[in-house]
Design a protein around this ligand. Structure first.
Ligand code: F6R
Length: 267
């Protein structure tokens, strides 16, 4: 796992975006895995800037969202389908037909999950999966004790996840109790995993993910099983890591072929 520690939340977005830009400039029809929530917003903001100011073309990019709430009406502003359209498709100029989101309204959720896996296997593998991390260590909505072999399925949201996400809704009661999420096995199938975290609230989960034992109580430790996982965090989210000096030294001395971010580039 490559751990990159930067000074500010905005820089987390710029560094992570640089990895994605490198991919899209090499392959215009790359397959991206999209996360929602607050963590990747700085990435999408930086990519949107590059689209506006540097001619980055995302129109051929194909994308799969990580997860979706179950039971929200399709047009609900906090359904992840709506969030992805607003924050990603429209701002980055993705082609709507090339962007898939799990169906949280299907009558037969099991069949919808199987269909999503099928679509992913026809188009995939995902080249780069963007991830955030929950304060309880979840990735996607794979809550603690999720199987490392799990595929896309319905999950019950943990009470602390519902509490964390209440900020997006008018009241805590409105946060759905269930979701459809890519499984840990699905996520591990992506060629590259790119996880971002900002703020002290994520420090404990980040430390467990990077330096703790691989354990389903912290689903994000699945990243230790992946051969190409990059974790970009700000100082606050990195504050409980113990090998900080080693990560900083490694990043400062990356071989040229592994570098993807130019700190002197445009802001
Ligand atoms: C969202 C997702 C979740 C979030 C996590 C962190 O698609 O899969 O795992 O990444 O809950 O949420 P934020 O970024 O809002 O703190």
């Amino acid at each position: 796992m490559q751990v990159v520690i930067v000074d500010t939340p905005a820089e987390v977005g710029r560094v992570a975006a640089a990895k994605i830009t490198q991919l899209i400039r090499r392959r215009a029809d790359a397959v991206l895995g999209l996360a929602t929530g607050s963590s990747p917003l700085a990435i999408y903001a930086e990519l949107a800037r590059q689209v506006r100011e540097e001619g980055l073309d995302c129109s051929a990019v194909r994308a799969f969202a990580l997860d979706e709430y179950v039971g929200l009406p399709p047009g609900h502003p906090e359904s992840y389908r709506s969030v992805i359209r607003r924050e990603v498709v429209e701002r980055l100029g993705l082609t709507p037909a090339l962007v898939k989101v799990p169906d949280g309204t299907a009558e037969d959720v099991v069949a919808a999950c199987a269909a999503y896996e099928q679509q992913m296997s026809e188009v995939g593998p995902v080249d780069l999966q963007i991830l955030g991390i929950g304060s309880n260590g979840h990735i996607g909505f794979n809550e603690p004790t999720s199987s490392f072999a799990s595929r896309t399925r319905i999950k019950t949201l943990a009470p602390n996840t519902r509490a964390d996400n209440a900020r997006f809704f008018a009241s805590a009661d409105e946060v759905p109790t269930h979701c459809v999420t890519q499984g840990l096995g699905t996520i591990l199938g992506a060629k590259t995993l790119l996880l971002v975290a900002q703020g002290e609230k994520k420090a404990d989960a980040v430390a467990k993910m990077v330096e703790g034992p691989v354990i389903s109580m912290c689903p994000a430790t699945a990243l230790q099983l992946h051969g190409d996982a990059i974790v970009v965090v700000d100082q606050a989210a990195a504050s409980r890591l113990t090998l900080t000096d080693y990560y900083n030294y490694t990043y400062a001395n990356l071989p040229a072929w592994q570098r993807f971010y130019d700190p002197t580039g445009p802001r």
